[in-house]
Design a protein around this ligand. Structure first.
Ligand code: HEM
Ligand SMILES: Cc1cc2nc3c(=O)[nH]c(=O)nc-3n(C[C@H](O)[C@H](O)[C@H](O)COP(=O)(O)O)c2cc1C
Length: 435
């Protein structure tokens, strides 16, 4: 056991130790300083100290394991000997903390628009930029919701609706409602319990959670937090290194994951300018390397993770080379049903059906990838039409399920999707509609 005092002596670039994580582990990052993708300045700010609070929300769970040689892991430190890091609180931060303190009770929040408003008020700027940003002019993001405004009901009367059961089956698994929680990376940015909150909520309400590849918690931690028998799906970003992809799929199958959703709308990261703006500010603050700023400004940095920086992930996590032959390979290595997440026209939905896949999520990634992609609900209408015309399919269809996400903010949106043929849809933290 190291003492906090000893660690504190290594507070310079000649010898730089930091403490990270609940288990209070000490790491020697002296040689890593120049390699750190976030620059050395930010780490030096925490030299000899506990960096957990800053480190945790913005790094993938395996960042240390993957980037820091074992011999640099110096072991645990006695927690009570570690001095608290004095973080200077700006006036803006004080005001934000006050808003957190006074946030409305859950029962006062009536709908998802309220949630969004409150989130914007209380989240750190970084988190809000990540969660709320979409590609370029954010036209698709707005259209996703607006598209539902163009669909109207044609209610029938004098039907007995005393008992309404809106439970359903999604890919053969019971769900209390025709929605599931879709993948959203880096949950810890929003709350220290991140994705585990969603695991618990899904269990409590009998809905299915899709675990993201880029979750803040490790895959095992999320699965370990599920109740016995709780159904979970897994979202896969296909790593350039197919052995990594294979390992993720095998791990998911071994742990009882019931379906594999492969994200196919992210050949590269969408240009999310709100997030880029923030990176620019951060780079100015944390690094002296002006080329980083320029790259970020131009949107040409090789950021390939879900978040766009400052939300780190290995740059190999997305593969522009992903194509149909890989899907055939995935089919050969897993018995889990495969669903493509991010299908945006009927031709690709038809191809997925012909390849023997279990379904598609008609989605444009919440408008975060290609601006001017059409909304999922609009694509649903054409898929239903052409899959009937070309292959005689009717929807909802158990053998080939259509899901819709993007802009779903109301139960009426879900109802519209289901009425048009979807198995389920997604809600903000991400509920998907199952048509
Ligand atoms: C144990 C030591 C650390 C390791 C192994 C590590 C690893 C990484 C990795 C792998 C990335 C991103 C890679 C990518 O984008 O593909 C990253 C980015 C980043 N890290 Fe660390 N990190 C460490 C310590 C820290 C600490 C103590 C801080 C302080 C808060 C920090 C702040 C950042 C920031 C701000 C970025 C984003 C940089 C940018 O987008 O320009 N890191 N780190
Ligand atoms: C903050 C955030 C993070 C996301 N992360 C992922 C991800 O890691 N993988 C993925 O396939 N989709 C991801 N998505 C896309 C969602 O799964 C879903 O397709 C989209 O959010 C639906 O649109 P909506 O936000 O309008 O509901 C993310 C979306 C948001 C808003």
């Amino acid at each position: 056991m190291l003492s906090g005092k000893e660690v504190a002596q290594h507070d310079s670039k000649e010898s730089c130790w930091i403490i990270v994580h609940g288990e209070w582990h000490v790491y020697d990052v002296t040689e890593f300083l120049d390699e750190h993708p976030g620059g050395s300045k930010i780490i030096l700010k925490y030299a000899g100290k506990d960096a957990t609070a800053e480190y945790d929300p913005i790094h993938p769970p395996d960042a240390i394991k993957t980037n820091l040689p074992k011999e640099k892991h110096l072991g645990p430190v006695q927690p009570d000997t570690v001095e608290k890091v004095e973080v200077e609180t700006t006036d803006e931060e004080k005001a934000r903390l006050e808003r957190v303190e006074n946030k409305p009770a859950l029962a006062e929040i009536l709908n998802l628009h309220d949630f969004e408003y409150v989130a914007r008020q209380i989240m750190p700027e970084k988190a809000w930029a990540y969660f709320s940003s979409a590609a370029e002019d954010e036209i698709t993001m707005r259209e996703n919701h607006a598209a539902f405004h163009r669909i109207w009901f044609r209610p029938r009367i004098l039907r007995d609706v005393t008992n309404v059961d809106y439970s359903t089956k999604i890919l053969g698994h019971n769900s209390s409602m025709p929605i599931y929680i879709s993948a959203a990376a880096l949950g810890k940015l929003g709350h220290p319990d991140g994705e585990l909150n969603l695991t618990r909520a899904a269990a409590k309400h009998g809905i299915i959670q899709m675990i993201p590849t880029l979750a803040s918690f490790s895959f095992d931690e999320i699965v370990d937090n599920a109740q016995p028998g709780q159904v979970q799906f897994f979202q896969l970003y296909v790593n350039k290194n197919r052995e990594v992809a294979r390992r993720l799929v095998e791990q998911a199958e071994a742990r009882g994951i019931k379906a594999l959703f492969i994200t196919v709308d992210s050949a590269q990261l969408g240009r999310r300018e709100k997030a880029l703006q923030l990176i620019q500010d951060m780079n100015q603050e944390h690094t002296s390397d002006p080329s980083k700023v320029t790259k970020a400004q131009l949107g040409t940095s090789n950021v390939t993770q879900e978040a766009s920086k400052p939300m780190p992930a290995p740059s190999t996590v997305l593969d522009p080379g992903l194509c149909w032959k890989d899907i055939v390979w995935f089919k050969s290595i897993t018995k889990m049903p495969i669903i493509l997440k991010g299908v945006q026209c009927w031709e690709d939905a038809l191809e997925a059906y012909d390849q023997g896949l279990a379904g598609c999520v008609l989605s444009n990634h919440g408008g975060r990838q290609l601006d001017f992609s059409r909304s999922g609900i609009e694509v649903l209408a054409e898929c239903v039409k052409y899959l009937k015309e070309k292959r005689g399919l009717t929807f909802p269809n158990e053998k080939f399920q259509l899901f819709v996400d993007g802009g779903v903010r109301r139960a009426t949106d879900v109802l519209k999707a289901v009425a048009l043929g979807a198995t389920a849809g997604k809600l903000c933290v991400k509920i998907n509609i199952n048509t």
